[in-house]
Design a protein around this ligand. Structure first.
Ligand code: ZN
Length: 322
């Protein structure tokens, strides 16, 4: 009986790997062993059973059907179940059960079409078979199933060049639906499934972190009219001074690179002091200009009487002059 240890590190690390070979009849083989170098392709099947969301129940359903076929165990090597787990990396994975040793020939893909250069009727010797749980002719597999399928097939096709040298290649070339080899509707809409499996990439990892930083609040400046400062002069009435604030940012990282940041809150530690400059407007009031005092012009006497008064007045002025 073949006993080929195999696991997918990515699935095991995320709690989505289960080795069931010990738990199901014929897990290590019931027909005959094969050399791993025989393996050239992977065939993807669907179960045409309802999802139970439980690895053991899904596997038991398949085992019951295949035992009813008269087989000594499950016809596939791997079952991509309907039980989903939250991986450590934050993504959802469908649990994958290793149910039939890959060093054993099962009963899954006879290759009646003689496809891809394989001998017609002997596909089971050259193919690793996987089965997705579900009625995939009615409903496409879940995102978690696509994700787990990708990691399983990637491991088989690209990470095992020593043990599986003839399976080494690209997923596009090495991964096929059952219908490539036999006239069957299995595994449902393969044209929908295959590109999603082959081109799968992890969604970008988004992380949000909080950053607290001190920031300067620059002071502002204004001018005011200053009636107590002479016009044409400017004087600083109040010196400006920068303030300080604590700014809390939310920074978003996508795959470890900063992609955006926004301010969540601000706390003023010390407010800024505004600079105030006074623009002088004081003007000294002008003194009124007094007209020069002119001595009254005395009229010339015009008749003797006036002459008499004039002479007396002059005499009096002369006598009283100091
Ligand atoms: Zn099939």
């Amino acid at each position: 009986m073949a006993n080929t240890p195999f696991y997918v590190p990515k699935l095991r690390d995320n709690g989505a790997w289960a080795d069931y070979r010990n738990l199901v009849t014929g897990g290590f083989g019931w027909r005959y062993d094969r050399a791993l170098t025989k393996v050239r392709f992977v065939a993807n099947h669907h179960s045409v059973t309802q999802p139970t969301f439980n690895t053991k129940k899904d596997v038991d359903n398949i085992l019951a059907i295949h035992r009813a076929n008269g087989w000594g165990g499950i016809g596939y090597h791997f079952i991509i179940t309907s039980e989903e787990v939250n991986g450590k990396d934050g993504l959802r994975y469908a649990r994958v059960a290793y149910v039939g040793d890959i060093g054993s020939v099962r009963a899954h893909t006879p290759n009646t079409k003689g496809a891809l250069g394989l001998k017609a009727g002997f596909g089971n010797e050259d193919i690793i078979a996987t089965c997705m749980i579900g009625m995939l002719h009615q409903k496409n597999p879940t995102d978690a199933q696509i994700r787990s399928a990708y990691w399983l097939y990637r491991e088989l096709v690209t990470q095992e060049p020593t043990r599986l040298p003839n399976l080494k290649g690209t997923l596009n070339a090495k991964l096929h639906g059952h219908s490539t080899f036999d006239p069957t509707a299995c595994p449902g809409n393969w044209n929908w499934q295959k590109p999603r499996i082959v081109n799968y990439t992890d969604p970008p990892k988004i992380e949000k972190k909080t950053e607290v930083r001190l920031a300067t609040i620059p002071f502002t400046a204004k001018t005011v009219d200053a009636p107590d400062i002479p016009k044409g002069e400017e004087r600083v009435i109040q010196e400006g001074a920068d303030g300080e604030k604590q700014v809390t940012w939310e920074v978003t990282y996508t795959n470890g690179k900063e992609t955006s940041r926004k301010i969540v809150s601000e706390k003023i530690i010390r407010p800024a002091v505004e600079k105030i400059t006074g623009i002088g407007s004081y003007v000294e009031p002008e003194k009124p200009v007094e007209p020069p005092v002119e001595p009254p012009v005395e009229p010339e006497p015009t008749n003797p009487w006036e002459w008499l008064v004039y002479i007396i007045k002059k005499l009096y002025e002369a006598l009283t002059r100091k």
